[in-house]
Unconditional design. Structure first.
Ligand code: ADP
Ligand code: MG
Length: 851
């Protein structure tokens, strides 16, 4: 039977390609029939084995709707030959041949069936969305196909994909099939004035534009894109009270709605429809009859939140590529109109494409999943785009902190258990601890509280009103207790906006927290965890927070300060408004890095008090003893201590006995070099001696002389310090024994001869020789002391003729020379006249009388 859809044109080509390849890329515009038809072709044309055709979907909502549609087309009962599976819901049976499922599901199935024996084909639908799990699934599927499942058919589909990189990735054997669809022109309009990012303003603008559009024309249904359930609800309510839309059917469409409401939105209607949807209607679903699109330009995007080190949803501006997809929805059945709720200038500032999840998400959960599947090295997989190395390292460190990976990177039993939970490993760890401590309900609520936005209302508090934390939190061991009370309050008042606002509680946030809380409870229950509290004491909860945020442990730097050291070499300041008072050791669930001008401030908030004993008990893998040896400036000595540490946080310290002599000498030598310890006996004579040795280093290498540079000096100082621990001892230490011992035995006489301390001249007189660092050694002599001397003896194994500084009676040099004979002959007669005039009382013999 022909469906009449554009994808029909590819059916023959698909049949042919399947005869020689197991890797297909299919590109066709949204609405062409990819999602509903391709899986059917694979089965009906017998292109794959008789296992399942698994169709991976990025969204739960589309998963169910597509399965329903295909079951309907094939006239079978949903869950029989055609089924679907999403988190918490499995509508399939062993007879199911076409199974739609979300990307996370197949990764879980992989855990129990590593070769995916029951699967004949995997269809990666909407691959352009580049969800992290789709990337992982494709890399693993390719790996599987390359190793043990060459028969496994892989089909990668997308409306917008740039197919060349994908074909390159899949290799020369892959085949790409492209179909063009029907697309009518869409008139794209921008608004003149920016609406900003406040929900109220966005909703108001959407309603205003909708009003105008449905007045302008009476044909075509309207599709309004809003970021999430909350904004959709607001828009629907506003539209219901608007004039023009009175005769229309106003329908929300998002994943949290009950199925019959979702069906209503995509189903046919006799009235004109206004559908207010998340980006599920962007490419995943096709709703017939849409001719008018209003795009808020926003989406809820999962992204790594460095404050809590988890992935969470952020409200973000969609890219231009996404906006084009949304606009295209207006032109499927007739020419259409799309109004963008942003200005044309703002459009130019938008990103071209979305950043793939693999580049913006925390990879801890994914890494744990791969480890549990026996793939501890993620980089060994054939990725379409490699995960960033930094994110992988971070993920592995966190998994180590949580006890899921051992030091060698292998998965632990705890890690294996954690991997069974389809939540971030932090929450898996906390729930497992909660089971052990009997506080599952409380911990499920804490998990929910950390995951969404804050339960505290920041806007709309009237002056003089008590801060919410004051109202809900008398001093306690965790800020979560105040938040839990606030949540109970909201539940008690049925999330009533007015009552909540009065109490400083954000009603919508509380409602969302409530939903997440219930999801966590369902998850715990599905693993057979008892929900009744056993322990019920506050400490049990605090312990669970500790194991879930083991990398966020803080130690106060002292009593009365808000400054803390945070595990892994970080530092930060506690916020003041915590209800946890004076705890020396805490977990800060939130770590905010704030850039204030040039300052970089780290703010720690959402505190829970923990005990050092708990660290030892619950996180033994991170505890260790560290020997610390250092020079203590206060007591002026080297001391040795043993620190009991949690990672790099010091929890306790005890004396560590006598330090090793060489380590102590090393530290003392540092102090000497810094000038904080002075060696009394290291005087000018020592320096002169070293200078003589250095002089001989140039000529006496054959004898065993070598230069004493900075490194050798350092060794000499360390030797002098050896055996000491206190500054006092070092300062008094004799240095000559060490200095002398530096020269190899037997060289001392050679030094005395070839680099003499004093130079003997004409048999009687001796002069002190100076050995400058650069240049020739020299001595100083008054001119009268040199009468009768015609030459200077050589030193340095006969290589060096020392210089003489010839001094007048006033000690000023009149000449510097090596050549005394020449001096007497050429210079002395002139100098003599001058000296005779200035020093008439001295005797100044003629040249002939001297030489
Ligand atoms: P693609 O995956 O290429 O975007 P689909 O296979 O999802 O296309 O849809 C193909 C066509 O099937 C749509 O244009 C629409 O007309 C029809 N269709 C799909 N799902 C439904 C549904 N749940 N109800 C009614 N029609 C549907
Ligand atoms: Mg599709």
């Amino acid at each position: 039977m022909s469906s009449g859809l554009p994808i029909e044109s590819l059916r023959a080509a698909l049949r042919q390609a399947a005869q020689h390849t197991r890797r297909l890329v299919i590109q066709a515009p949204t609405g062409s029939g990819k999602s509903t038809q391709i899986p059917q072709y694979l089965i009906d044309d017998a292109l794959v084995g008789d296992g399942q055709v698994v169709v991976l979907q990025p969204r739960r909502l589309a998963t169910r709707l597509l399965a329903t549609r295909v079951a309907h087309e094939r006239n079978v009962k949903l869950g029989d030959a055609v089924g679907y599976q999403v988190r918490f819901e499995d509508v399939s049976s062993p007879r199911t041949r076409i199974k739609f499922e979300t990307e996370g599901i197949i990764l879980r199935q992989w855990l129990s069936d590593p070769q995916l024996k029951h699967v004949s084909a995997i269809v990666f639908d909407e691959f352009h969305e580049r969800h992290l799990y789709a990337d992982i699934a494709l890399a693993r599927a390719l790996h599987l196909q390359q190793t043990v499942r060459p028969d496994l058919m892989l089909v990668v589909m997308s409306a917008t994909l740039d197919i060349d990189p994908l074909c390159d990735y899949l290799g020369p054997g892959s085949v790409a099939l492209t179909a063009s669809g029907r697309q009518y022109p869409v008139d794209i309009q921008y608004i003149d004035e920016s609406v900003g990012d406040r929900t109220d303003a966005i909703v108001e603008a959407a309603v205003r534009v909708c009003d105008r559009l449905i007045r302008q024309t009476d044909r075509g249904d309207v599709l309004i894109f809003m970021p999430g359930a909350f904004e959709i609800q607001r828009t629907v309510r506003a539209l219901q009270s608007a004039d023009a839309s009175r005769d229309c059917l106003i329908l929300p469409l998002h994943g949290e709605l009950p199925p019959h409401e979702q069906d209503a939105a995509v189903g046919p209607s006799s009235k004109r429809k206004i559908i207010v949807s998340t980006n599920v209607a962007e490419t995943s679903l096709t709703i017939d009859g849409i001719e008018l699109v209003i795009d808020s330009g926003w989406a809820r995007v999962p992204r790594f939140d460095p404050h809590r080190s988890i992935n969470t949803l952020f409200l973000e501006r969609i890219s231009r590529a996404s906006a084009d997809q949304r606009a295209g929805r207006a032109g499927r059945t007739a020419p259409g109109t799309c109004v963008r709720l942003w200005t044309e200038r703002e459009h130019q500032e938008r990103a071209l494409h979305e950043v793939p999840e693999i580049n913006r998400l925390d990879l801890a959960e994914a890494t744990l999943g791969l480890s549990a599947a026996g793939l501890p090295d993620p980089l060994a997989l054939p990725w379409f785009e490699c995960p960033p190395a930094r994110a992988l390292t971070q993920a592995q460190r966190l998994l180590g902190d949580l006890g899921a990976l051992a030091e060698d990177g292998s998965i632990t039993d705890l890690g294996r258990l954690m991997a069974q939970f389809p939540v971030h490993p932090r929450y898996a760890r906390m729930l497992i601890a909660a089971r052990d401590f009997g506080c599952v309900r409380q911990v499920a609520l804490v998990c929910a509280l950390t995951q969404g936005r804050s339960i505290w209302a920041t806007r709309g508090r009237t002056p003089g009103q008590r801060a919410p934390r004051e109202r809900f939190g008398e001093a306690a061991d965790s800020d979560f207790f105040a938040q839990m009370r606030a949540w109970s309050y909201a539940v008690r008042h049925r999330f009533d906006v007015r009552r909540c606002r009065e109490a400083g509680v954000h009603a919508a946030a509380a409602r969302q927290i409530d939903q997440v809380y219930r999801a966590f409870l369902r998850l715990a229950e599905s693993h057979g965890f008892a929900l009744e509290a056993r322990a019920g004491d506050d400490a049990a909860l605090c312990r669970c927070v500790l194991v879930g945020f083991a990398d966020h442990v803080c130690r106060r730097r002292g009593t009365g300060t808000l400054q803390c050291d945070v595990a892994h070499g970080r530092r930060g300041m506690l916020v003041r408004d915590s209800i946890v008072q004076d705890a020396p050791l805490l977990v800060a669930t939130e770590i905010d890095e704030i850039q204030t001008g040039r300052e970089h401030e780290v703010r720690l908030s959402n505190m829970t008090r923990v005990e050092a004993d708990w660290l030892t008990e619950l996180l033994p893998h991170a505890m260790h003893e560290q020997l610390d040896i250092r020079y203590d400036v206060a007591t002026k000595q080297v001391i040795q201590e043993i620190h009991y540490q949690y990672h790099d946080l010091i929890l306790a310290t005890r004396p560590g006995g006598a330090p090793a002599a060489d380590a102590a000498a090393h530290l003392l030598a540092d102090e000497v070099e810094r000038g904080r310890i002075v060696l009394r006996h290291w005087d000018a004579q020592v320096e002169a001696w070293l200078a003589r040795v250095n002089f001989l280093a140039d000529f006496g290498a054959d004898y065993g002389f070598s230069a004493i540079g900075p490194t050798e000096r350092r060794l000499l100082i360390e030797q002098i310090c050896l055996g000491c621990t206190r500054m006092k001892e070092v300062a008094q230490k004799p240095v000559w024994p060490v200095i002398h011992a530096w020269l190899p035995t037997g060289l001392l006489p050679v030094l005395k001869k070839e680099a003499p301390e004093r130079l003997a001249i004409a048999g009687t007189r001796t002069f002190r020789l100076h050995y400058p660092e650069q240049g020739t050694p020299y001595f100083e002599a008054r001119i009268q002391e040199l009468f009768g001397v015609k030459s200077i003896p050589m030193i340095g194994f006969g290589h060096v003729q020392p210089l003489v500084h010839i001094l007048a009676p006033n000690q000023r040099p009149v000449q510097i020379t090596q050549d005394l004979a020449g001096f007497w002959l050429h210079h002395y007669p002139g100098i003599r006249q001058e000296l005779k005039r200035r020093y008439p009382k001295h005797a100044w013999p003629e040249r002939g009388e001297i030489a």
